[in-house]
Ligand binder design. Structure first.
Ligand code: DOR
Ligand code: ZN
Length: 360
């Protein structure tokens, strides 16, 4: 039985760190285990300019504990007033790696999102020209579309026409949650990739609804049926470079989740790597964990895997984590995968010379 695993320090290619006290509370958990992360821009107000992204990046770096090396890779939030020049300048700076498209109303803080992709085509054309990736929250928001079908309908109504119109645009379907999404990514010849979250690999919709409603398992896209979860796991362990980790770790105050209208998101940054080691072990594919967490995403963004290493060890006693962490007076509930996790992160080596946060 394999009890040790050494990986290039992983990349989280979809992460919500928030701002202020919440950011200061959660950032050290990501910087402890991850080398780099693609940082989501859905703050209030959203991060729409290079200037705002740079200031946000500086606040994140100030929250990284001394001795840890963590590189936030920033994104801009696409609105219908974003200009091609703004995104091009942001990309040229090296600080901003991608633009995020939230359909208006799709999820947390998405009110300034895009109502109709036709209104942002001039920006997307520019991105296609300069090779800047578009990260999509791939769900339609029309009230008449069943929430469990929103990803599949987005592919038909938005993504496929967009890819036909701009075949060179590089697109990531963020947090893909269905077999339809996995099959669509596999069917593409080029230019399309997908992130997969930890929680969608572990849970199906029964976790959310069977035997009681569990608000801490509410996220968007919402958890799906078992056959979809199995398709996601198959994609994650397949070795296909188009699939890589984006945790979508999305902390919210406990009171905002345990409410008559609870908000979407699970806080998984703290225990993601041990849980993923368990998932890959369950699938008999431990050797492919590094591809998923440390190589495929880096490749998509044109980066080398990190020189630093993360060591995971399997122990007899299960990993312990707090049920909640404190975030400036608010509690954030920690993701519970529902099974004991025997993998532990053993070493989190700090910076190496090749990899300091000035090196962007
Ligand atoms: O569950 C989610 N939480 N899904 C999203 O798309 C957004 C995120 C958040 O920001 O809370
Ligand atoms: Zn997200």
């Amino acid at each position: 039985m394999q009890t040790e695993l050494i990986l290039p320090r992983p990349d989280d290619m979809h992460l919500h760190l928030r701002d202020g006290d919440m950011m200061r509370a959660v950032t050290p958990y990501s910087s402890r285990d991850f080398a780099r992360a693609i940082i989501m821009p859905n703050l209030v107000p959203p991060v729409t300019t290079l200037e705002a992204a740079t200031a946000y990046r500086d606040r994140i770096l100030a929250a990284v504990p001394k001795g840890q090396d963590f590189r936030p890779m920033m994104t801009l939030y696409l609105t219908e007033t974003t200009t091609p020049d703004e995104v091009a300048a942001a990309f040229a700076s090296g600080i901003v790696k991608a633009v995020k498209l939230y359909p208006a109303g799709a999820t947390t803080n998405s009110d300034s999102g895009v109502k109709d992709v036709r209104n942002v085509m001039h920006v997307l054309e520019k991105m296609s020209e300069i090779g800047m990736p578009l990260l999509v929250h791939g769900e339609v928001t029309s009230a008449e579309i069943d929430i469990f079908d929103r990803e599949a309908v987005f592919i038909d109504r938005v993504l496929e026409p967009l890819r036909r119109a701009l075949p060179d645009l590089r697109i990531v379907m963020e947090h893909v949650t269905t077999k339809d999404g996995v099959d669509y990514v596999r069917s593409a010849d080029s230019g399309l990739a997908a992130t997969l979250t930890t929680h969608h690999l572990v849970l199906n919709r029964n976790a959310l609804l069977a035997g009681g409603i569990r608000p801490h398992y509410y996220c968007l896209p919402v958890l799906k049926r078992e056959r979809h979860r199995l398709a996601l796991r198959d994609a994650a362990v397949s070795g296909d470079a188009r699939f890589f980790l984006g945790t979508d770790s999305a902390p919210h105050a406990r009171s905002a989740k345990e409410s008559p209208c609870g908000c979407a998101g699970m806080f998984t940054a703290i225990n993601t790597m041990p849980i993923l080691a368990s998932v890959f072990e369950q699938e008999g594919q431990l050797d492919r964990l590094a591809d998923f967490t440390s190589k495929h995403g880096a490749g998509f963004y044109g980066l080398e895997p990190t020189a630093a290493r993360l060591r995971l060890v399997k122990r007899a006693e299960p990993l312990d984590w707090p049920a909640q962490i404190d975030a400036g007076g608010d509690e954030v509930t920690v993701f519970d995968p529902g099974f004991p996790v025997y993998w532990h992160v053993a070493d989190q080596p700090g910076a190496t010379e090749e990899q300091s946060h000035e090196d962007i």
